[in-house]
Design a protein around this ligand. Structure first.
Ligand code: GAP
Length: 436
């Protein structure tokens, strides 16, 4: 983890949050490359699960909802973790995370814990200038509720037929007791969720279907199968709304932990919102005229955890030849799948001389229209290749003095390090094919 965290800072993927003021524990800011990497994953998810499907629609809802939503959803009552407090140093811990109850993990005092109390994880805030009970509101801990609350609006507006889904992406907030492990567990994070509405009789079929879709997504994210585990969660450990949950777990450097979740929420949410709002949240089958409350399958993907596994999977250290014959050196290379790489092509003029810039600059401007490109003319070419390897750029294009006579450039492949001479006239097409 230390290696990844330091690479992320050095190259501008992820910085410690509020670092200028000494930081804020467990808060992280995505830098120029991290913001692009995260966006690429988010956009690919949206393309795959919304744009390319006729049974799915999107939603972009408010973070702060009417507090009655959280009452009806059960979050006010049950979205909590057991909390114990050390009587000596008053540090608080998640009871289910502290294995050794004999000693306080912070001050090491012996047997000084209070009884476990339930601690609600929702962030409370107040709307408007008055801070009284009437102004209390919550930052959403999941997006799902926005999909349930808008179920009728979406159905009326789109006339979708079952099975269909509503997908959304955005920020969620949880006042985690034990955040940590870089971007694995933070108090604000991005979620990509979809609620798939089905006829109750078909829930098992669609549960299996979404499990296979999640597996395919993970494969395309570049996640190695051997580090994945699909864990059936026993009833006593499931969220309050779930009738079946399979957690997708991953072997992180800090242990096997949750990456994503797949839940069968039954009709829990629509029924509760219908009762609380006194509005009908049903679906009428156009063929049989049967009216019923649809059941829900929910695949939930943490975006920050997706970024974390993408970084972990991409990181490679290799022995690479140096310019000195028969010598090798360590090469760090981020082998992101091409679609995910924050920079697709780097344009590297061999020297800063104007005669190369007059060719390299327009080439950069032209390629920028097709791919995310970077222009770099500083330092030796070896150092520039190393930098591009570390940020995972699939192709480097070198403009050299021969270019001036043969109108061709050298294209270097990140993974094989093989170099090919390509005519400038066919470069964009060549790269398009390689990157697709
Ligand atoms: N709507 C279902 C739901 O919220 P969850 O298992 O509580 O289910 C979904 O959360 C996903 O959100 C997790 O699988 C994980 O990827 C991500 N996640 C949850 N808590 C997180 C946190 N504190 N920091 C980063 N990601 C988190």
């Amino acid at each position: 983890m230390e290696t990844i965290i330091s690479l992320c800072k050095r190259r501008g993927f992820i910085f410690p949050g509020s670092e200028l003021y000494g930081g804020l524990a467990n808060s992280w800011d995505y830098g120029p490359l991290g913001a692009q990497l995260k966006k690429n994953i988010k956009d690919e998810w949206w393309r795959r699960f919304v744009e390319q499907r006729s049974d799915m629609v999107g939603l972009d809802a408010a973070v702060i909802m009417n507090p009655k939503v959280w009452e009806a959803s059960g979050h006010l009552k049950t979205f909590s973790d057991p909390l114990i407090e050390c009587k000596k140093c008053h540090e608080r811990f998640r009871a289910d995370h502290v294995k050794d109850f004999e000693r306080c993990p912070s001050c090491k005092a012996e047997k000084t814990f209070t009884e476990a109390k339930q601690f609600n994880l929702m962030f409370k805030t107040s709307l408007g200038p008055k801070e009284d009970s009437a102004s209390v509101a919550y930052m959403r801990p999941e997006i799902a509720q926005a999909m349930f609350v808008n179920f009728k609006n979406v159905l009326d507006a789109t006339r979708k037929r079952l099975p269909f889904g509503i997908a959304s992406q955005g920020r969620a907030f949880r006042n985690e007791i034990t955040p940590g492990n870089f971007i694995f567990r933070t108090r604000e994070f991005d979620l990509m969720e979809l609620e798939y509405f089905v006829n109750e009789s078909e829930w098992e079929k669609y549960f299996d279907y979404w499990l296979s879709q999640m597996k395919q997504w993970l494969k395309d994210l570049g996640v190695s199968e051997k580090r994945l585990h699909f864990v059936e969660i026993p009833p006593e450990d499931r969220a309050h709304y779930s009738k079946r949950t399979v957690d997708v777990e991953y072997d992180y450097p800090f242990g096997k932990k949750e990456l994503y979740g797949l839940a069968y929420r039954g009709d829990f949410d629509l029924t509760n919102h219908s009762t609380a709002s006194k509005q009908e949240l049903t679906y009428t089958d156009p063929e049989t005229n049967a009216k019923f409350v649809p059941h829900v399958i929910e695949p939930s993907f943490g975006l920050d955890r997706s970024v974390l596994v993408a970084l972990l999977e991409a990181y490679h250290e290799e022995e690479a030849p140096t310019s000195e014959k028969e010598e090798t050196e360590k090469r760090v290379v981020m082998k992101f799948p091409a679609w995910m790489a924050p920079v697709k092509v780097a344009i590297l003029p061999l020297s800063k001389k104007d005669e190369l810039a007059v060719v390299a600059r327009p080439l950069y401007e032209q390629l920028c229209k097709h791919f995310a490109c970077e222009y770099d003319e500083t330092q030796s070419i070896g150092k520039r290749y190393r930098r591009q390897d570390e940020i995972g750029t699939p192709y480097c294009v070198t403009v050299d003095f021969e270019t001036l006579s043969d109108n061709a450039v050298t294209v270097r492949d990140r993974d094989t390090m093989k170099q090919e001479r390509i005519a400038i006239a066919s470069l964009a097409e060549y790269l398009k094919t390689k990157l697709s």
